[in-house]
Write a protein that binds this ligand. Structure first.
Ligand code: ADP
Ligand code: MG
Length: 630
């Protein structure tokens, strides 16, 4: 029998070839998954009692034979009518319509319009189907050379099932290379639900004699020998398809390493997703150890559709802040092979993304409640996800307020509310704001931290790249709260109370003092401020306004919109303690040279304790200090 595929489809093959050019390796996924589908359908029929007898070995086989690539299954097969209906007609119904619609987005064709089978023509100039149905019907042979005509006749085939024979075209020879096919099978078919065999692999085993005893060489070592065995390229029962209750922590780790064989790190913990209403979703997401550097291109989350690999770019499906998690997601409700913008507007995909976010919040809250110590230990690795999540997703932020931890410079952790209760008595200012003091670097800000601690204050360590944004958000979420870095003011003023320290120096003297100090400083960078502080506080202290510094930092990490702050020059305050005896001494010094040296020495010390004294200025300071000691 001969036939025409459909007059309207005359130009379909050029379209397939051209638009799918970039991604034509997916033909293998399409053909193999059809074989798997046919096998699964057969199993279902058997379980309903509609197929009698032993089903036999159901392994799908992929073979390279000269210029042919052959995919064989022992699934349900097709009758002549079924070929007619499912291959010839269905695939091309509405062809004109989709050509119009998807002219520019070739990738959308596949899977969407049942063109899966025809993707074979991306790489083959002739395709044959040899098939025998499980029903009592003659075996059929169908051939199509890519033109809109095909030929179909009865043939001889002993076994139930289907062989798809692709005559690989000359410009696609790579698909006749064993390594290429192996790589593609590993990429797309690695977790398909029916065993897939491709060639053989060697295994080294102990050599045994006819009595089954190991054969020894002259040194007494057991001899080894190579045996060939069928190479099964997939794990048809991957962990994410199992029930969480049936898996141990070890099983999850094992699966992690199966997924990312080049990654030797252990994951921190995982979340096993298992939903069937209102959408279907399974998967395992792993939290990796994330310190300062992260490579977003390694160990990406893989997206599957019924165990068929689709993609590892999961934008839209996974909330942005969770993109750096590892693992797999599997959902038949995520459209296969569609563009990103389509994904983002798809209702199911949005629901899936929200569900994932909720599950992550559930898990974190659980960990926080059930094993706080363990949660604290993991905190430094997961805080970046939590901070990012809170900044980008309002719902997640609400949930996370319960389990967000603050870590102080002594390494102690407390959740937000408990921390507030702890510091409120000493760290509430005159306007009833609770002041959270923090440092971003324990070494660099040591002097300031020490002073704050001497006052009985607690100092947090906030050293993430997102810290400035994160603090801003917390200030909005927690009523009457302010975050202040320890070096943003002199310790007496970090938490403004009502009492003032009596001033010893007269206004007149202050006016004399100011220009003397200013003379020794870069006026663009430093503003001199006279303050009456405790006489045993430092004579001079460098501070930097919290607001200015934070906004400058925020503009550096967010880019755009806040450029103004980013371009502001670095500026600091030099606070001079007018109650300090050394400052009185500066004022009382008659010898101009000596006065200058004293001021210089004091400003340098202040700069030094802020880490701002560098280069030549530092060298000069050291020289001068040695002179003074002599
Ligand atoms: P889809 O898989 O989305 O239905 P395809 O174009 O991939 O679309 O396949 C079209 C139809 O051809 C399938 O639905 C199935 O009925 C039939 N078919 C394809 N390959 C096989 C096979 N190996 N065994 C049995 N039927 C097959
Ligand atoms: Mg298909």
């Amino acid at each position: 029998m001969q036939g025409n595929i459909n007059v309207q489809t005359e130009n379909i093959f050029p379209v397939i070839k051209k638009f799918l050019y970039s991604d034509h390796e997916i033909f293998l996924r399409e053909i193999v998954s059809n074989a798997i589908d046919a096998t699964q359908k057969l199993k279902t029929l058997a379980s309903m009692g509609k197929v009698q007898g032993d089903l036999g070995d159901l392994t799908v086989e992929v073979k390279i034979e000269k210029k042919k690539l052959i995919i064989s299954d022992r699934g349900l097969g097709m009758t002549a009518e079924e070929i007619e209906k499912y291959i010839t007609q269905i695939a091309f119904s509405g062809a004109e319509e989709f050509l119009e619609k998807y002219k520019d987005k070739g990738e959308n064709l596949i899977g969407h319009f049942g063109l899966g089978f025809y993707s074979a023509f991306m790489v083959a100039d002739k395709v044959e189907i040899v098939t025998k149905s499980y029903q009592d019907a003659p075996a059929m042979h169908w051939v199509c050379d890519g033109s809109p005509t095909y030929e179909m006749k009865e043939c001889k085939k002993d076994d139930r099932g289907t062989d798809i024979i692709l005559h690989i075209s000359d410009d696609c020879k790579e698909f006749l290379e064993e390594q290429k096919i192996l790589q593609l099978l590993k990429k797309y078919c690695r977790f398909m639900p029916v065993a897939i065999r491709f060639g053989e692999e060697s295994e080294w085993v102990d050599k045994l004699d006819k009595n089954g005893e190991p054969v020894k060489d002259k040194d007494g070592h057991t001899e080894r020998m190579e045996v060939k065995k069928p190479r099964v390229i997939n794990n048809s029962d991957p962990a994410w398809r199992k029930k969480p209750a049936d898996l141990t922590d070890e099983d999850y780790k094992k699966f992690y390493h199966e997924l990312y064989s080049m990654n030797f790190e252990e994951p921190l913990f995982q979340i096993h997703l298992n939903v069937d209403y209102p959408f279907n979703l399974t998967g395992i997401l792993y939290f990796p150890k994330v310190r300062k550097t992260i490579d977003p291109n390694r160990n990406k989350i893989q997206l599957y559709c019924n165990q068929v690999f689709v993609t590892d770019s999961v934008e839209g499906v996974v909330p942005e802040y969770l993109m750096l998690l590892h693992g797999v997601l599997d959902s038949p409700d995520i459209p296969l092979n569609v563009s990103r913008s389509y994904l983002q507007s798809d209702g199911n995909v949005k629901k899936i993304s929200a569900h994932i976010s909720k599950k992550v919040a559930d898990k974190l809250e659980d960990m926080f409640k059930n094993n706080r110590e363990d949660f604290e230990q993991k905190w430094d690795d997961i805080k970046i996800f939590i901070e990012y999540g809170m900044l980008t997703e309002e719902k997640f932020a609400e949930r996370a307020m319960k389990f967000t931890l603050l870590k102080n410079t002594e390494g102690k952790f407390l959740p937000l509310e408990e921390y507030r209760e702890k510091i409120a008595p000493l760290q509430t200012d005159k306007d009833k704001n609770v002041i959270y003091l923090y440092a971003t670097d324990v070494e660099e800000q040591h002097a300031y931290i020490a002073q704050a601690k001497a006052k009985g204050y607690d100092v947090l360590l906030m050293d993430s790249v997102l810290t400035p944004h994160f603090l801003n958000m917390l200030e909005q979420k927690i009523d009457k709260s302010r975050f202040v870095r320890v070096d943003s003011d002199v310790v007496e003023k970090l938490i403004p109370h009502d009492e003032t320290i009596p001033e010893k120096m007269s206004k007149e003297d202050q006016e004399k003092l100011k220009p003397i100090i200013e003379g020794e400083l870069d006026k663009q960078k430093y503003t001199v401020m006279l303050e009456a502080l405790e006489s045993d506080a430092q004579p001079m202290i460098i501070t930097q306004n919290e607001f200015m510094r934070r906004y400058k930092e925020m503009s550096q990490t967010s880019g755009g919109g806040m450029g103004f702050y980013g371009e502001m020059p670095e500026s600091y305050n030099l606070v001079v303690n007018t109650n300090h005896p050394l400052i009185e001494q500066v004022l009382g010094e008659d010898d101009a040279e000596k006065q200058k040296q004293l001021v210089h020495q004091l400003t340098d010390l202040a700069l030094l304790s802020n880490g701002l004294l560098k280069g030549e200025a530092l060298t000069n300071f050291i020289k001068r200090s040695v002179e003074i000691i002599k």
